[in-house]
Design a protein. Structure first.
Length: 278
């Protein structure tokens, strides 16, 4: 991937604004704008340099617990225990109703590493006879190394003419600003799957030399629009934003021609984003 130094982008922006140099605060704001527009471009489609295909082993966890029999005689909520299934760390809390029966179980820790469905038992609480079963779900956990999953398949999509796509749902991973996990709702197996995903956008500092060249002109022009907006030149800023949009659309069109296929593209107009297919 061709790259450009952020300092070069700053020099171009200074020239565009028509001043000799930026104050420190102005340079900081400009780099912030570069990153804002860089991320907008990054998330527009699956660029060759931000998309990955890798094989992963999913993690089967406890998703929920369904009460079978509520038992009787409970004066306080019994302790919920998980055993077997090959995993660990699963935990849940039971609730009881006014009739002394267990009427629900809330999973407080999904656990990890299960190869089968664990057995659930209840102890304490003054009663007996409550039963419950666990429902399992397959998770793919990338931590902070993933931004968005595009596709999950049973087999290598590049190694066969027929692929079996799996349903999935991106979910929020605690402690990450990006989606770091996905659930495979129709699967509870640890057999490997293939995942096609977008890596997170890396924030670039003023001294960085690896800003994606394909985004550089778009980001510089967009940053000029931000500068005009901050200067109170709102109408002119909107014109510049549209020029920036034209620049990135040209790059997207080039990508489509090079790859010989149509990809989902987001068109942005006056701050409103709508996903469509070009």
């Amino acid at each position: 991937m061709r790259q450009v130094a952020v300092s070069t982008m700053l020099t171009n922006l200074v020239s565009m604004v028509g001043v000799d140099s930026f104050l420190t605060a102005e340079s900081t704001a400009a780099v912030r704008s570069f990153n804002r527009f860089g991320k907008l471009a990054w998330d527009r489609t699956s660029w060759p340099f931000n998309s990955r295909l890798t094989q992963v082993i999913p993690d089967v966890r406890v998703r929920s617990v369904q009460v079978g029999s509520g038992g009787s005689g409970y004066t306080s909520a019994p302790t919920v225990s998980f055993s077997g299934g090959g995993g660990s760390s699963a935990a849940a809390t039971a609730t009881i109703n006014n009739d002394g029966q267990v009427n629900g179980v809330a999973v407080t820790n999904n656990g990890t590493g299960f190869t089968g469905t664990p057995t659930i038992s209840f102890s304490g609480g003054g009663g007996s006879g409550a039963t419950a079963t666990a429902s399992m779900l397959t998770y793919i956990d990338f931590g902070t190394t993933i931004s968005e999953i595009f596709r999950v398949t049973e087999n290598d999509p590049y190694g066969t003419n027929t692929t079996n796509d799996l349903a999935f749902k991106n979910i929020y991973a605690s402690g990450s600003s990006d989606y770091g996990e996905a659930v495979l709702p129709d699967r509870s197996s640890t057999s490997p799957v293939w995942v096609y995903y977008r890596a997170p956008f890396p924030e670039y500092a003023s001294g960085a030399s690896d800003f994606p060249y394909v985004f550089s002109e778009y980001s510089v022009v967009g940053a000029y629009g931000d500068w005009l907006q901050a200067d109170g030149q709102t109408d002119k800023a909107q014109v510049i934003y549209q020029q920036a949009e034209s620049i990135i659309l040209q790059e997207l069109d080039k990508l489509e021609r090079q790859e010989g296929q149509t990809q989902p593209i987001q068109f942005i107009t006056y701050g409103t984003t709508a996903a469509t297919s070009a």
